[in-house]
Design a protein around this ligand. Structure first.
Ligand code: GNR
Ligand code: NI
Length: 178
């Protein structure tokens, strides 16, 4: 297993629409294990493959708390098939938008259809943190980020902050200077 680097704003690959998984081979199993190890090491409660620059529709998650036994979950080609009318507000963060947290309102409960790591179809009904995390991760598969749910003012402020930090870190790589 290996920890892979997590890409962050303003990396344009975060905006890619990820491709469905078609083959359940050993390479997929290695990728799933690397994603899980990378998520636990970060640490995070979820990770989408695009966050390690792999544009495939794969999510790993573990929404258990520190004092509970681990419960690693794998979701391949996940789809939201039902959402509750009831909403839930959670202060979200994202490993690809480091050190930034804001409240996001989403459906409180979701039903998700997905393939497990053997390729078998499964369904899960989630609430609480797991429901929020699954929606956050499925947004990643469409090139979405939690900041897309904020006001334009808040979103533009955080996007600018990350663009400026990147320009300071690598001024010559990003821009030809006279
Ligand atoms: O670790 C994470 N915590 C989190 C907290 C609230 C809502 C969503 C998340 S997911 C995030 C990890 C991540 O960036 N996954 O894409
Ligand atoms: Ni995220």
């Amino acid at each position: 297993m290996a920890i892979r680097p997590i890409i962050t704003l303003p990396d344009p690959r975060l905006r890619l629409v990820s491709e469905p998984v078609a083959t359940f081979d050993g390479e997929l199993q290695l990728l799933l294990d690397d994603m899980l190890e990378t998520m636990y090491e970060a640490p995070g409660v979820g990770l989408a493959a695009i966050q390690i620059a792999v544009p495939k529709r794969i999510v790993v998650a573990d929404a258990t708390r520190g004092d509970e036994p681990k419960n690693p979950m794998f979701f391949i080609n996940p789809e939201i098939v039902w959402v509750s009318e009831e909403l839930f507000v959670y202060q979200e963060g994202c490993l690809s938008v480091p050190d930034y947290f804001e409240d996001v309102q989403r459906p409180a409960r979701v039903r998700v259809r997905y393939l497990d790591r053997t390729g078998a179809t499964q369904e899960i009904e989630a609430d609480g943190l797991l429901a929020t995390v699954l929606q956050h991760e499925i947004d990643h598969l469409e090139g979405g980020l939690f900041i897309d749910h904020l006001s334009r003012l808040k979103r533009e402020r955080v996007v600018k902050k990350f663009a400026k930090a990147a320009a300071r870190a690598a001024p010559v790589a990003d821009k030809v200077e006279a």
